[in-house]
Design a protein around this ligand. Structure first.
Ligand SMILES: Cc1cc2nc3c(=O)[nH]c(=O)nc-3n(C[C@H](O)[C@H](O)[C@H](O)COP(=O)(O)OP(=O)(O)OC[C@H]3O[C@@H](n4cnc5c(N)ncnc54)[C@H](O)[C@@H]3O)c2cc1C
Length: 452
């Protein structure tokens, strides 16, 4: 039997995972990527001898598809995952509190550290515990959840502004890329039920030890080549076309490439532009998914100022701070990455102004920073880092299958039930690969279907 030919548009995690799953099942894959590099929203660049990611990325132990993808690429030794969930939380003037897993079974495994969480009043700690139990009992399949904001639900459940800012937003901003007040309750329920309230080990945090391009793009490209696939970079796709008898093709740089099936794994706004009418995908809904920015500040000190691998901040502009020294390849001193999710307020602010605001804020959290010299301070900003996981977005996220059997969708914006994350991207890639392979008659070696 001749190998089915599958075209994949977009070389982010969704496209790469789809491509490898299709290759593993025996298809011949051609991957089109508009940019000069693979990796999509996860990429790295060299700057004055340092390797800097476009933005710090973390994952949790519950990100099963993403971890399986890393395993498939043979790069599990390039990441580190906590043995026990443990988050140092810093607050100016109040020092550090820790949120960590205790010995009790879920959902009580966080009870001990919550009871000692000194950034909240005792009453707020008890109320957080009660709301967490109520959150665990919500039915994720209830469509009403997506009609409400997480913040309004928290207020209804007795949460003070301090509790929202100093506990709930720690997780909501980092996972949904919005504050609780702006985020869909449905997405928040998914995050908290999956990451914190069911399996005590689910929330353990994983981080790459190497630049993201070494973790994803480079090994995936090698693997695709080994599977006989073709990777075309600097190859923007202008249209996915569908002929009168259902034959599909991809138009890129004025050439038409026919395929047996096509997977569109671009961001949602690009998919709205290139999909054919026959796919019957609601373009307006895709555009309405919107975008939410993430900004990262990269600060190189002449000495070590933070002695944790990462920390979260409350009542400070600093949301999460990571020690990026080893991954950056910095021989001495320390390279910190300050990750700012839902960063709308910082868009257009100059590097100088950001430094004026963040340098003293860093000194308030890390006393050692007062005597240290900043050797480098630079900023990376992704204006369309994720779709905007606001109330009402669940119904706008399309399924994998389209109106054309041989055209499937992938991307962290598709209907995975997850917020826009690496896990969502890989799940969507596996789902699209499965749909594409089935559409061309492949019945063995299919990736396992994962429910939303
Ligand atoms: C700064 C930042 C920090 C983040 N932090 C985290 C985190 O900590 N944890 C986490 O899980 N997730 C995080 N995310 C989200 C995560 O990176 C994304 O959800 C995921 O990588 C998206 O993958 P994707 O393949 O769906 O889309 P993308 O990565 O956007 O890939 C789509 C690809 O399609 C290409 N493309 C677009 N148009 C065309 C065209 N016409 N023809 C050909 N190619 C095209 C694009 O160039 C791109 O390479 C973060 C994102 C950013 C930006």
């Amino acid at each position: 039997m001749t190998r089915p030919q599958i075209g994949i548009v977009g070389g982010g995690l969704a496209g790469l995972s789809a491509a490898i799953a299709c290759g593993d099942a025996g298809a011949r894959v051609t991957l089109f990527e508009a940019r000069t590099r693979l990796g999509g929203a996860t990429w790295s660049s060299e700057r004055d001898g340092l390797w800097i990611d476009n933005g710090q990325h973390v994952f949790l132990r519950c990100c099963e598809s993403y971890i399986a993808f890393l395993r498939r690429l043979g790069v599990m030794d390039l990441v580190t995952i906590q043995d026990r969930l443990d988050i140092p939380v810093l607050m100016p003037g109040r020092g550090m509190a820790r949120l960590r897993r205790g010995a009790l079974p879920a959902p009580l495994h966080m009870t001990g550290s919550l009871l000692h969480y000194s950034h909240l009043s005792v009453l707020d700690r008890l109320r957080v515990g009660r709301a967490a139990l109520a959150l665990r009992d919500l039915d994720l399949s209830d469509p009403k959840l997506d009609a409400q904001s997480f913040g309004s639900w928290l207020r209804e459940h007795g949460q003070s502004e301090a509790a929202i800012e100093r506990f709930w937003d720690l997780f909501t901003r980092g996972t949904i890329n919005l504050r609780a007040h702006d985020a869909s309750l449905a997405l928040a329920v998914k995050v908290f039920q999956t990451g914190l309230l069911t399996d005590p080990r689910a929330g353990e945090i994983g981080i790459s030890k190497v630049p993201l391009s070494q973790l994803h793009a480079e090994p995936a490209a090698r693997e695709l080549e080994r599977l006989g696939g073709v990777v075309q970079t600097s190859a923007p796709v202008e249209a996915v076309e569908c002929g009168p008898h259902g034959e599909v093709s991809v138009r890129s740089r004025d050439r038409v490439f026919p395929f047996d099936a096509v997977i569109v794994a671009t961001p949602h706004d690009a998919a709205a532009e290139i999909l054919p009418d026959q796919a019957k995908v609601d373009r307006e809904a895709l555009r309405a998914l919107g975008k939410s920015p993430i900004m990262n500040l990269h600060i190189v000190y002449d000495r070590v100022v933070m002695d944790e691998p990462f920390a979260a901040g409350v009542e400070t502009p600093m949301q999460w701070i990571f020690d990026h020294t080893a991954a950056a390849g910095l021989p001495s001193g320390q390279c910190l990455t300050v990750s700012l999710s839902a960063a709308d307020a910082y868009l257009g602010v100059s590097r100088e102004k950001l430094r004026e605001q963040f340098e003293p804020a860093l000194q308030r959290l890390f006393p050692a920073a007062k005597d240290a010299q900043i050797v480098e301070f630079f900023v990376t900003c992704e204006r369309a880092a994720t779709f905007r996981g606001a109330p009402g977005t669940a119904s706008m996220r399309p399924k994998t299958e389209t109106g054309v059997r041989t055209i499937s969708l992938a991307g962290s914006w598709t209907d995975t039930g997850w917020p826009a994350t690496m896990e969502g991207a890989v799940r969507s890639g596996n789902n699209a690969a499965r749909a594409a392979l089935l559409s061309v008659g492949v019945r063995t070696g299919l990736p396992v279907a994962v429910a939303a």
